[in-house]
Design a binder for this molecule. Sequence first.
Ligand SMILES: [Zn+2]
Length: 134
Amino acid sequence: MTHACLPLHWRRYPERYLLKGNYCENCKTAFFPARVVCPNCRRKALLKEKEMPRTGRIISFTEVFVGPMGFEHETPYFLALIELENKAKILSQIVDSKKESIREGAKVKKVFRKISDTDKEGAIAYGYKFKVVK
Ligand SMILES: [Zn+2]
């Protein structure tokens, strides 16, 4: 697959839009972000790069009222710990979801959203966030 048509900063940071993690073929465990050594078996050779599933469930969440630098204008927003369908866990902002739909166990899917107006290179930075689905 070629990414020639994508803007340069997307091609430079594939983990931002593909949720690239990896998978240990020995103990059948998925990791995000990718690990260098499997924490279970410590056998580096068996780790394979893998794109993470696009759906999962909320394990826990919090409403953020005071955002970190660059996110001040977005508060309040919801930050959730999500367990993907392959059991890998990921921390992500929840967007486009009714407040009452954001709860433990809610099913979520990955969406692309603007993360910040400009990154270090002056380009608009996009990446993954999640939204609640029925
Ligand atoms: Zn392993």
